[in-house]
Design a protein around this ligand. Sequence first.
Ligand code: HPA
Ligand SMILES: [Zn+2]
Length: 329
Amino acid sequence: MTPSEYIKKVPKAELHLHIEGSFEPELMFEIAQRNKIEIPYESIEELKKAYQFGNLQDFLDIYYAGANVLIHEQDFYDLTMDYFKQCAKENVVHAEIMFDPQTHTKRGVEFSTVINGIQRAREEAEKQFGISSLLIMSYLRHLSEDDAFETLQQSLPYKHLIKAVGLDSSEKGNPPSKFQKVFEESIKEGYIPVAHAGEEGPAEYIYEALDLLKIVRIDHGNNGLSDPKLVERLVEEKIGLTVCPLSNTALRNVDQINNHPLKKMLDLGLKVTVNSDDPAYFGGYITENYLSCIDALDLSLKNVKQLVRNSFEYSFLSDKKKEEFIAKI
Ligand code: HPA
Ligand SMILES: [Zn+2]
């Protein structure tokens, strides 16, 4: 079997997916219409043409604007259900989904509206497709730590539905150290800590995420490669890295897919996984991310099997569940 044939069929897990980043233009237009919200594009085609990004901030501006049309519980259900339908098509059997409450609460949408819509879709996906999932509540790092504390408070009635906390949005100038206290408190509440680090920011931010936020998995982490001592530590401490190849090229953190460091990271013994990040904006869901790398980096079947295995190994599933899934790959 070729690596491409294998990846299309094998059951896999996705560990880095922003639900707001899976908002396809078709659904965005539909929801905008039913909520009577104007979007500044004439058509789906015109909107898609705007998806040209020079950096992370260019993307975030469009991503937050797109999320503006999400108002009702049903909107969050539809958004999440669309993602699960795609998972079912691609044989993604487990998904660890990030959501950004502040993107919505800042606009006056209740925390409960967001999480109830997402939760209903999770239950439906489990029932309809047998897909397992968990939630990572991500704090927006361009906002203040006090703001993140408020979000932590709002989440507490729903603690049983949320597995982990994350840190996303504009990385440069918003180091992990800014959120040390809220992560400490989040851990006390029982949330597992993860953070975006080393996507655009320096290796120093990865050290901060490890040492100050006590994170157990890093989202992206590419820029850690600039520091051999850090690489050694990440390997030794078995820190999972949720790498997102098509995101990296779309946001110009990597100039072209042929130069993506995924293979190098694997060869160094880093615990890398492949993920889609914001698939509606970056040109492909998880299978497409794998296929691009298989093609451009000439990944072997052994490489791809390792990546799929890592996607379960570095998930937040119980050891028993991990074993059950890994037995099927
Ligand atoms: O790729 C990303 N990076 C940082 N923050 C984000 N929020 C959504 N997607 C991203
Ligand atoms: Zn991300």
